[in-house]
Ligand binder design. Structure first.
Ligand code: GAL
Length: 967
């Protein structure tokens, strides 16, 4: 109570001060973060966010560092986002990724988020921080740490155990974020509390907000309502400073047009789409990400994103912009290893037409500032052609207008021509506009830029800027479209078409110069009018999409012709560019006239002047310099010693719990849930010993792994079968040894912990065995004693660099067979495909050298192919990192991208693959090869990620043999 009272007092005092100091008041008063005052660095009103009082359009994209465990590549992704016009990056911080054990937190190495936030700032991006506590994100337990499965009670509410737990997390992550707040000289501008929280515990929400503010977070907080807009946490107790929501348009036909409703519930918040679908996740057995990328392609973006801008949104964040990899045991049961998402930057970090589509929008939003403050003038189907929808926005101060068009039926692929009435300050005219196929257009009228006046254009503006002595504007249209661009001048300008084909007409009476592009390459038109000179670039959307733009202290630079330009800076008369090429190319550079020399990635390149701009030739990668080795001979070792009767399990944990905090009630006792014994990931072994009476006929088991789960069962080394869920396994005749020890061995997989949408702790659903009961007359289940073994050390990690999600409880995982440096010379040599001959686990190892030239970026993947009728699963370790889970008879993933930094591109690499054959037939491994997904000459510089090898983790000279070692 008291906290809130003081909170509002500070707010009132702040507003009072603001007025006394004469802060300009607009119709809609600025809202500021409740604990900040009039000097708030980040504030907002109904129209937009403001940073230091200046309106911004926040164009952000989601990137999850924990799905790319190679920090040098964080920089790559962030630079690619910046180059493509993003001004912010949105980051989910994953609690579980940092906390393997209650009270233990790790922010080093691949978990060094401090470094990540530094990199984002260096790249020139603002950060929207989203530390949960719950994030969802298709990851294990939705980001909850696994030790939380053992705690009592519900979650995402005010339960005491949960409250203590998440406050512990916030106490660790908030100080890091605090250091990087824009108010402290950093770049974090917004902070999300919770995520899609629909369960309504307002005290819980308020407690997070109070805690976060007490931790010193003084930028606005917001929440992300699922599938908004709506009223959730828009006002009242538990409402953060700003209102926000997410929006996923999975079917174009269902495009929403109610975004403006956000203002009904939160009249002082701008329209903030905290997650805007830029793809979707794919489940086990799904369609694969190539299909996903095709579905959410550049045309889709054109319709959906422009629609949202037409709805008045001024903050948006694409989910995902780089999806990455749910490496290790990071996936929740609904997804497989790749989390490519069909996002603009693909999992292997390549960019394409889809990225270019976002760039065209991004550059426009950066340049055309009147769009940050608009009122809706009208919205709906057009009068003369109801199949086209028009949204009309206008800036109340400059009267600049925006006409946003698309097909009313958003998935329509029709070609249409409509008559658009442009009715603005100095024109009232009806002009033809074409919409070919799945197209969306944002047309601008009555817009002053630089020293120029645009009356209107039926082409879209990509960018404009003003350098000393020259204004520049770029327009684009779909190839073949009719389009006209009308500029106003006081007297007849001199028009010089330097390249391409452009028609123009001067109308003396109105002072209008009308230009129309004929699409013969990117056209350049220079215009002298007595005002500052104007250069126009007019092209197709593809040609515009190839432009790169950077701002330097000497002015704005544009280039066209290379795969990527990462950065530009000007020193004296030299322009220094960095970037990547995918082939030999001519780069056209539009720079201020005084720039005479150019360097590319630090090397001087000869510059020619053509049509007043510079051209340089850039070398491409030499494809002959990269060849990937063939993986021919493998070493093989079978490794399910846990199935054998005489296997020494004396060091294993006795499974004797009779109570559990799980969300699943056990059918039989003891509790056989792996989480309860601290084994949270991958495969777990159970061994049940019983003294045979001779009456035991079988065992009834109920395995619980999450969807697509499985377990395999043996009695005294004899394979009984595999199943998922409930099944009774019959013991073969005479297999039980009377009056002697017998052992049932069960290996149960864990497909990851469920997400947790509500307060019911679904992430605590059982993993392991819900039921284990010996069958037979007069057989007591109490005679069986169970032991359990999962990953080595449980919550006490042996390998903290790779971390908790990297290891399960397979024999080879526990004994370092996954690691570089493990000596496998005694293993049998095999070639692939190899049939193992019996169900259970077998390990394959291989090594190879890579010799990729320095400053090449070569995405490499490991590919497994086999006849899908074989029932096996594989766990792929590369240099000790679990970088792929493969299910041969389910798919769809066959290619596993291996990021540089984990992969050693300049030396030796190790692969270890564990294969679990679920039946005798299926125990095999198909073909395994390395594949190359492109080749780039790049300024990217990748450092190897430091992680221990076999010698570091297992005592020197200690050689493990097949079954000589327990645990
Ligand atoms: C959202 C959620 C994200 C992610 C996404 C689907 O609703 O906030 O965390 O799960 O759905 O990819």
């Amino acid at each position: 109570m008291q906290k809130k009272f003081w909170g509002s007092l500070v707010l009132v005092a702040g507003l009072l001060c603001a007025n006394l100091l004469g802060t300009p008041t607009s119709v809609k008063a600025d809202s500021v973060s409740k604990t900040t005052n009039k000097s708030a660095v980040v504030s907002f009103d109904h129209y937009s966010l403001k940073i230091n009082g200046e309106r911004k359009f926040i164009y952000s994209g989601e990137f999850e560092y924990w799905r790319l465990p190679s920090p040098s590549l964080w920089k790559d992704v962030l630079q690619k986002m910046k180059a493509n016009g993003f001004n912010a990056v949105t980051i989910y911080f994953n609690w579980g990724y940092h906390s393997p054990k209650k009270g233990v937190y790790d922010f080093s190495g691949i978990r060094d988020v401090n470094r990540l936030l530094d990199m984002a700032k260096e790249a020139g991006l603002y950060v929207i921080a989203r530390p949960g506590p719950y994030v969802n994100a298709e990851t294990d337990a939705g980001g909850f740490p696994n030790w939380l499965t053992k705690e009592e009670g519900k979650v995402r509410n005010s339960d005491p155990a949960y409250t203590a737990a998440y406050e512990e997390w916030l106490s660790h992550i908030d100080p890091i974020i605090k250091k990087h707040l824009i108010t402290k000289g950093g770049n974090v501008i917004l902070y999300q509390v919770e995520n899609e929280y629909g369960s309504g515990d307002a005290d819980y929400m308020q407690n997070i907000i109070d805690k976060v503010k007490a931790d010193g977070i003084d930028v606005p907080t917001f929440h992300n309502q699922q599938d908004g807009p709506g009223s959730q946490w828009a006002s009242g107790t538990g409402a953060p400073d700003m209102y926000a929501f997410d929006s996923y348009t999975k079917t174009l036909g269902n495009l929403k047009t109610n975004f403006g409703d956000a203002h009904k519930y939160a009249p002082n918040s701008p329209i903030f789409v905290a997650e805007l679908g830029n793809g979707w996740f794919d489940p086990w057995g799904g369609v694969g990400y190539d299909a996903m990328r095709q579905k959410f392609n550049a045309d889709y973006q054109n319709v959906v994103y422009k629609n949202i801008i037409g709805e008045g949104a001024t903050l948006l964040s694409y989910y995902m912009t780089y999806g990455g990899t749910s490496w290790g045991y990071l996936p929740f049961p609904g997804v497989y290893t790749s989390y490519d998402y069909g996002a603009a930057i693909s999992e292997n970090r390549t960019i394409d037409a889809k990225t270019a589509g976002q760039k065209r929008i991004a550059y426009m939003l950066d340049a055309v500032k009147p769009i940050y403050e608009t009122d809706s003038l009208s919205e709906g189907p057009m009068a003369d052609n109801a199949s086209i929808r028009l949204a009309k926005l206008q800036n109340p101060k400059t009267q600049t207008q925006f006409y946003i068009l698309r097909h009313e039926q958003a998935d329509s692929t029709n070609n249409d021509e409509v008559s658009l009435n442009i009715n603005s300050a100095d024109v009232n005219k009806t002009v033809p506009v074409t919409l070919n196929g799945q197209a969306g257009k944002i047309l601008i009228a009555n817009y002053k830029f630089g020293h120029q006046k645009l009356v209107y254009s039926t082409a879209e503006m990509m960018t404009n800027y003003s350098n000393r002595g020259k204004d520049v504007a770029v327009f684009y249209s779909q190839k073949g479209d009719k389009n006209e661009t009308v500029l106003k001048f006081d007297r007849k300008p001199q028009v010089n078409v330097r390249s391409g084909k452009v028609d123009y007409q001067w109308n003396e009476k109105e002072g209008y110069l009308t230009l129309s592009n004929q699409y013969q390459g990117l056209a350049q038109v220079d215009i002298r009018s007595g005002r500052q000179n104007l250069m126009l670039l007019l092209g197709t959307d593809d040609e515009a999409g190839q432009l790169w733009q950077q701002k330097t202290h000497a002015g704005t630079i544009l280039e066209s012709g290379s795969y990527l330009v990462r950065s530009a800076s000007v020193k004296g008369r030299t322009l220094a560019l960095t970037g990547d090429t995918d082939k030999r190319t001519t780069l056209k550079v539009y720079a201020p006239d005084f720039v005479k020399t150019v360097t590319w990635n630090g090397e001087r390149v000869r510059a020619r002047t053509v049509n007043g701009s510079l051209e340089v030739d850039l070398a491409g990668p030499d494809t002959r310099k990269v060849s990937l080795p063939k993986l021919t001979t493998w070493r093989y070792q079978e490794a399910s010693p846990e199935t054998e009767l005489n296997f020494d399990d004396s060091q294993w944990t006795i499974a004797d719990h009779t109570t559990t905090n799980s969300n699943t009630k056990p059918t039989t006792l003891p509790v056989l849930y792996s989480d309860d014994y601290g084994f949270h990931h991958g495969n777990v072994w159970f061994r049940g010993h019983f003294n045979g009476s001779g009456n035991e006929t079988g065992i009834k088991l109920y395995g619980s792994s999450g969807s697509h789960g499985a377990y395999s069962v043996w009695l005294n080394g004899k394979f009984l079968g595999s199943a998922d869920g409930r099944k009774t396994f019959t013991f073969p005749e005479d297999a039980v040894k009377k009056d002697q020890d017998n052992v049932v061995s069960v290996m149960v997989t864990n497909m990851g912990h469920e997400e947790n949408w509500g307060i019911t702790p679904t992430f605590k659903n059982a993993r392991g065995l819900r039921e284990a009961s010996l069958q037979g007359t007069d057989v007591s289940n109490e005679t069986i004693q169970w032991r359990i073994q999962g990953n080595q050390g449980g919550e006490d990690l042996k390998d903290t660099a790779r971390g908790a999600y990297n290891y399960g409880g397979l024999y080879g995982e526990r004994n370092g067979w996954t690691l570089p440096g493990y000596r496998d010379s005694a293993w049998r040599k095999v070639s692939l495909p190899n049939n193992q001959g019996e169900a259970g686990v077998g390990w394959y190892r291989n090594s190879f050298d890579l010799n990729i030239p320095k400053n090449y970026d070569v995405p490499i993947a490991l590919k497994i192919t086999d006849d899908p009728s074989y029932n096996y699963r594989a766990y792929i370790y590369v240099n000790g990192w679990l970088y792929g889970q493969y299910i041969n008879n389910l798919g769809p993933q066959h290619e596993f991208y291996l990021p540089s930094g984990l992969l050693n591109e300049h030396g030796k690499n190790n692969i270890s693959i564990a294969v679990w054959g679920l039946d005798d037939q299926g125990a095999r491994l198909g073909n395994v090869e390395l594949v190359q997904d492109g080749i780039y000459k790049s300024s990217l510089n990748v450092q190897q990620v430091k992680a221990p090898d076999y010698q570091d983790l297992f005592s020197k000279g200690h050689h493990h043999t097949k079954s000589g070692v327990h645990q």
